[in-house]
Design a protein around this ligand. Structure first.
Ligand SMILES: Cc1cc2nc3c(=O)[nH]c(=O)nc-3n(C[C@H](O)[C@H](O)[C@H](O)COP(=O)(O)O)c2cc1C
Length: 338
């Protein structure tokens, strides 16, 4: 038994599912969740997840191998469902006997869940669902666990808050399924609350993005430590013809320029200078590379500083193990006072 018996008891199903000491996942963050952060999370008793993002199968192959060199604990891989090489990426994970694949970015394409579970090294499938109906469908068709993520989170978001999703979904699903709650979690007191509501564990991103082991640029980390909750805003769609999946990020010149870009493209559409498909493509590509510019190059003015609202609770760089210990202590303290 560890120092957190009450929390660990409530986390037991989640920890067994992940094969970890604590049912705390560090959500995949493109450019941030690579070998160093992922192995540090897993070595500290949590569950790290490699962000595959737009990686090629070769790059993913290397990243998994490098992560394995740094930890012998379980970790997962996050694959985006619309990646053109999704099935090749699944095959790479299978060759490395990755135990858990997190499928993000929409409904998994036909055959993908079967491919993950059917090979020589079947993996567990973790899915996201923005509604109860979809959650039930995905869990019926092969999902082994579910992450429900509210709009407080950093990165791509849906329209509903974590607290409402948790109330809607946990009573219906938590008894029979392993459910992790994500979005807006900055302290262990909140973890205790979601565990008491039936969650098997939690997923955090923003809280870990600036850990000592994170390779994010110093400028990126400083921007996080300066920011308040209200600075992490969802991107706005300017024109109904040009769909934008909202992304929560710290406001900067880049977020303003994105609004201007949408207006500019809408103008070219009005004047019939470009076709609709081309216009939508221009919008989609605008942010390509923007996250890399901020995380790796440290361009915090023009890059994308994806961050959740819990960013206001981050004040300094801390090692992953210290963050996890703090979260567990806070949860245990809260449960002890009940
Ligand atoms: C910088 C950043 C990048 C992210 N990139 C991804 C990603 O590539 N794939 C994904 O599924 N989620 C991504 N997310 C979401 C996280 O995995 C996680 O679910 C989210 O951060 C949890 O909410 P929180 O930020 O409030 O803790 C990202 C989040 C951040 C902050």
């Amino acid at each position: 038994m560890n120092d957190y018996p009450k929390t660990s008891r409530l986390m037991q199903r989640g920890a067994e599912f992940l094969g970890t000491e604590y049912a705390i996942m560090c959500g995949a963050m493109s450019w941030v969740s690579e070998r160093n952060l992922v192995s540090a999370i897993s070595n500290a008793g949590g569950f790290g997840v490699i962000a595959c993002g737009a990686m090629t199968p070769e790059l993913l192959d290397t990243e998994i191998a490098e992560t394995r060199k740094r930890t012998d604990k379980p970790f997962g891989v996050n694959l985006i469902t619309m990646h053109p090489d999704l099935f090749e990426l699944i095959a790479v994970c299978e060759r490395h006997a990755v135990g858990h694949i997190v499928l993000a970015g929409g409904i998994p394409p036909k055959g993908s869940v079967e491919a993950i579970k059917g090979g020589r090294n079947p993996a567990k499938v973790v899915v996201f669902a923005p509604t109860l109906a979809l959650a039930k469908k995905l869990l019926r068709s092969g999902g082994d666990a579910l992450v429900i993520e509210g709009m407080e989170a950093g990165g791509h978001i849906g329209p509903v808050s974590t607290s409402v999703l948790a109330q809607e979904m946990l009573p219906e699903l938590a008894e029979d399924h392993v459910v992790f709650v994500a979005g807006g979690i900055g302290r262990g007191q909140a973890i205790a609350g979601y565990l008491e509501m039936g969650a098997a564990g939690v997923q955090l991103g923003t809280r870990f993005a600036c850990a000592t082991e994170s390779i994010a640029h110093e400028n990126f980390k400083k921007a996080f430590f300066r920011a308040n909750a209200r600075d992490a805003v969802a991107s706005v769609q300017v024109d109904p013809r040009l769909p934008v999946i909202p992304v929560r990020a710290l406001k900067n010149k880049g977020t303003e320029a994105f609004t201007d870009k949408q207006r500019e493209v809408a103008g070219t559409l009005d004047r019939e200078e470009i076709a609709m498909a081309e216009a939508q493509l221009q919008i989609e590509h605008y942010w390509a590379g923007a996250l890399r510019r901020a995380v790796i190059d440290g361009d915090v003015e023009n890059g994308s500083l994806m961050a959740g609202q819990s960013v206001g609770m981050l004040k300094e760089e801390e090692p992953v193990a210290a963050i996890i210990a703090k979260l567990m202590e806070q949860s245990e303290g809260a449960l002890g006072r009940r």
